[in-house]
Every structure is written in C-alpha cells, then in structure tokens.
Design a protein around this ligand. Structure first.
Ligand code: PBG
Length: 333
C-alpha cells in the first residue's frame, strides 16, 4: 500500500502529533498486559528470593515464592509465566535424567502453581542445559551434541512437564525433529491441549550471558552453541526453521533474542501469520536496567519503547523480565 501524501502545506505530518489526544487516536499499536509472558527462575528451598547479580531486580525464587509471584502476575493480568530452574550441580548427569524426574524443581513448581493459581498459563523450557555438567542443550557424545538421542530425551522431559500440568511447552534446544516428536508423544499420551511455543528461530547470541548466570550454567558451558543455534548473520534460514516447526505441530513460534532481531520478527509474522513471540532476553534486560540504574537512560520510557517495538514489528507478545513492572504501570494507567 503506497502512502498518499499531498504536497506541503496540505500535508503537515506534524498535525497528527500536535496534541496528546491526536497522538492517542493515531497510535498504530498498543501494549497491554495480555502481551506479556514473565520468565521466572526457580531454586530449591523455602522463603528464598536470591538476587541474580547480572540481572538487577530479578531473583531466583523458591517454590513458595514462585507461587506468590504467579499470584501477583495473575492479579496484574499477565496471562502466562515461564519457568527456568537453577539445578543443584549434584543432580546434573551426562544422560540428564533429572530432566524428566516428575519431582524435579520445574515439575514441582508447575503442580504448586497450577494448584494455587489455576488461572495463569504455565510455560516451561524444554532443553537439557540445566541438567548436565557441560551446559549444552543436548546430550554430548564424542564431543558432539547428538541430535536424535537428544530428541528422545526431550520427549521424556516434555511428557513429564505435560503430566505435571504445564499449559505451554517451550522447546528451546534447536534440535531437528523435536517439535514433531514432542507433538506425537503428547497426542499419544492424551495431552491434546498442551500447546507448543517453539523457540523456532533462536540465535547463538552473546545476549544470553546473564541468563546463564541465573541458571548456574555460566562456568559450566564448554565451547559454544553454534552447531545448533543460528548464525546471527542469517535471515532466510529463520523462515525455514519457522516453516518446519509449524509444519511439525508448533502452535506458536518465537524469535530470540528480541531487539537485535526485529527484522526477523516482521518477516516471520508476514510470511506465516502464526502467533509470533519475541524473547527480550537477559542481556537486553541487563543493558536497559544497567543503564537506567546509572541514570544514563530513562528506564521507564526505554522499557516501554523496547516493548512497543515488538508489537510494531508484528509480534503478538513478548517474553520479558520487565513483565510485572510494566503490567503494574499499565494497570495504574
Ligand atoms: C537454554 C535457554 C537459554 C535461554 C532460554 N533458554 C540460554 C541458552 O540458550 O544458552 C536464554 C534466555 C535469556 O537470555 O534470557 N535452553
């Protein structure tokens, strides 16, 4: 659609910006609490809220605290939370068995939250990095992250999460064939309404650094994730990844990280029209929060601007550590 712009002064494009009322009337996108998914970090214990140093304002929560956080989120109108466990190193093994233990931290949290706060959707992370000592998202054999063996493990992990009551599974591992395998296993087990939000276009990014601190994977990670996560230089490949995951049964897709990849968000939304999400990752959070804390930028405005950018780029929603703060502000009006 080619814009029609009469010559000046018939067109004074500043007219529509000339008052708050006109600006509100002509605003093209909106951010609401409905657009937010709040990622939470879990840890063992009771009554614990432990700060993550590289993510000021973010804490690892024991189960009781996570249930309280979920209740707060529901009150604020946030539709979904996403759980990430900080796993005791003693429970990490080469075969990652803790990943499908029905009593692991994530599965206990899902049950506790669904029991106390049934109205909130609980999303999980399906990947093996919290459960092995090398910090990779898959099983490592002979120095390689082996695809098919990893998919078999991810299916067991996904089924245990669905069994515990998860509403949305988030495979974040970037193995080939995992969406199809998880979808058929869910169907076979009768979990017909468990949704899959696939981390379909996930890039090998430096912006995950603070997250790896939060889940205790930083020291652990041997090497990098470039044999499974995407090259930041690529764009067409993202469309192939998304097409493949949708064809295999993903209900929703994600682009990750967020802000440096807004072009990918737009291409994915335009190409497929599927529910599309971006993950404003830990490094993006740390940059905005860190600069705001030092008074270098206006945090409140920068946060809103960063989130409205995702809506403008075509996203239906955003995973963001700012979720409760933004929802509180939206509610206050
Ligand atoms: C791992 C996973 C990562 C994130 C979510 N799931 C890190 C990684 O791939 O190394 C990153 C989230 C963030 O940085 O906020 N399966």
């Amino acid at each position: 659609m080619a814009p029609i712009v009469p010559p000046f002064p018939a067109a004074r494009l500043r007219r529509q910006r000339s008052s708050a009322g006109l600006r509100a009337l002509t605003r093209e996108t909106a951010l609401t609490a409905d657009d937010l998914i709040w990622p939470l970090f879990l840890r063992d214990g009771a009554g614990v809220s432990e700060p993550v140093p590289s993510m000021p304002g973010v804490n690892r929560l024991s189960l009781d605290r996570a249930v309280e956080a979920a209740a707060r989120a529901a009150e604020l109108g946030i539709p979904a939370i996403c759980l990430f466990p900080y796993t005791d190193p003693a429970k990490k093994t080469a075969a990652c068995e803790e990943a499908w233990n029905p009593e692991n931290l994530t599965n206990r949290a899902i049950r506790a939250i669904k029991a106390e706060v049934p109205g909130i959707a609980v999303m999980t992370d399906v990947a093996l990095d919290p459960y092995n000592l090398h910090g990779h998202d898959g099983i490592v054999a002979g120095g390689e992250i082996v695809n098919d063996e990893t998919v078999a493990a991810l299916v067991r992990m996904a089924l245990a999460q669905a069994e515990a009551g998860a509403d949305i599974l988030g495979p974040s591992d970037m193995m080939d064939g995992r969406i199809g395998a998880i979808r058929s296993a869910l169907e076979a087990a009768g979990h017909r309404n468990v949704a899959i939000l696939s981390y379909a276009a996930k890039y090998a990014s430096a912006f995950y650094g603070p997250f790896r601190d939060a889940v205790g994977a930083t020291g652990a990670l041997k090497g990098d994730k470039k044999t499974y996560q995407m090259d930041p230089a690529n764009s067409d490949e993202a469309l192939r990844c998304v097409a493949r995951d949708l064809a295999e049964g993903a209900d929703m897709v994600m682009v990750k990280p967020g802000m440096p990849y807004l072009d990918i968000c737009r291409r994915v939304k335009d190409a497929f029209g599927a529910p599309t999400f971006a993950y404003q990752v830990s490094g993006e959070y740390a940059m905005i929060r860190g600069a705001a804390e030092r008074g270098w930028i206006d945090g409140e405005t920068a946060i809103w601007e960063s989130l409205i950018a995702f809506k403008r780029a075509g996203c239906d929603g955003v995973l963001t550590y700012f979720a409760p703060e933004v929802a509180r502000r939206l509610k206050a009006g």
